[in-house]
Design a protein around this ligand. Structure first.
Ligand SMILES: CCCCC/C=C\C/C=C\CCC/C=C/C(=O)SCCNC(=O)CCNC(=O)[C@H](O)C(C)(C)COP(=O)(O)OP(=O)(O)OC[C@H]1O[C@@H](n2cnc3c(N)ncnc32)[C@H](O)[C@@H]1OP(=O)(O)O
Length: 281
């Protein structure tokens, strides 16, 4: 907060972008002084796996952006080929009892904050975006993706089940038939396929272009009354948000029960091994 206040004393002409949060975190927030748009960058090598700490930083950054009167939020990644590999499987495989509770609760918080954000949101998807990565992108209002990557909710391929709120997020974008079929299949879409079904809105040839297209989308609201816009967005999303708010504890217990099943643990172990083998080749 202190940092923010001090930065606001710096004459505007001298800084094009203000770094609002520290680079020691797993996320950074940069606010463009000209557009007022905040870019939230995930930075957890090697693959932006969503572990407890990255999720905490994501939530803090979203709150910071909500609090600093930014006109919009663009979510992206510092990794040139991976937006996010989704949930860090190591959080769910042979989990620590207390930590896994905190982890899932934090994921719920991030989704509630991002899907329910009062500012316009867009994702510059500059790399692969499976599962939890897709959830984050799909929680935004607009998506621009770079070619030759993949995106989708692939949970069934890992022998796990996307909970109801993941499904609601997909359903807020895709026609019901497409959402149901691709979730059942655990389908990963190429960029071009994602554009065709409407999972992404535009394709860009570079990260810079993707960020610019996201900024253009956010600028479409420049002349719309911000309160009217955000209350309208809230009305569209409130049923999904309320459902999770009402069922948070049950959702956590269902997740814990499911993830601790021996067959699920075995499947996660095999999947992790296959990822490790692949990375060694
Ligand atoms: C009615 C019942 C209802 C019950 C419902 C209730 C609850 C639901 C229960 C569970 C829901 C869970 C929802 C889960 C969501 C998820 O997000 S699961 C994660 C899914 N993610 C993936 O499948 C992606 C896997 N990764 C990849 O495909 C690739 O790594 C890549 C992202 C395409 C990047 O490829 P590449 O650049 O080639 O990098 P490497 O594959 O070599 O990976 C580098 C290292 O990173 C490790 N790694 C990759 N992804 C993950 C990950 N998600 N978690 C942990 N670690 C990961 C990989 O093993 C490499 O490690 P080493 O270098 O070998 O150590």
């Amino acid at each position: 907060m202190m940092r923010t206040k001090l930065l606001s004393l710096v004459p505007r002409a001298t800084v094009a972008c203000r770094h609002m949060s520290s680079a020691t975190k797993l996320t950074t927030v940069e606010v463009n002084d000209k557009t007022g748009i905040a870019t939230l960058t995930m930075n957890r090598p090697p693959v932006n796996g969503l572990n407890l700490e990255l999720l905490r930083d994501l939530q803090q950054s979203i709150e910071e952006i909500e609090g600093n009167k930014s006109c919009g939020l663009i979510l992206t990644s510092s990794n040139p080929t991976i937006f996010s590999a989704g949930l860090d499987i190591l959080e769910m495989y042979k989990p620590d009892k207390e930590r896994i509770r905190a982890f899932w609760t934090q994921l719920q918080d991030v989704w509630l904050a991002l899907y329910g954000s009062s500012v316009p949101t867009a994702a510059a998807i500059n790399g692969h975006s499976p599962a939890g990565g897709c959830l984050l992108a799909a929680s935004c209002e607009y998506r621009v993706m770079l070619p030759k990557f993949t995106i989708g909710l692939n949970e069934t391929q890992l022998g796990i089940v996307a909970p109801q709120w993941f499904m609601s997020t997909y359903l807020s974008i895709l026609p019901r038939r497409e959402a149901e079929r691709s979730l059942n299949q655990g389908r990963m879409f190429t960029t071009e396929e994602a554009l065709r079904v409407g999972l992404v809105d535009e394709i860009a040839s570079s990260k810079e272009e993707a960020l610019a297209k996201c900024a253009d989308f956010i600028a479409t609201f420049a002349k719309v009354n911000p309160l009217a816009r955000s209350l309208t967005k809230q009305q569209f999303r409130s049923a999904d948000l309320q459902q999770l708010e009402n069922e948070r504890v049950q959702d956590l217990e269902k997740f814990l029960f499911f993830i601790n099943q021996p067959a699920v643990q075995k499947g996660l172990g095999i999947y992790l091994e296959s990822l490790k083998k692949k990375s060694k080749n």
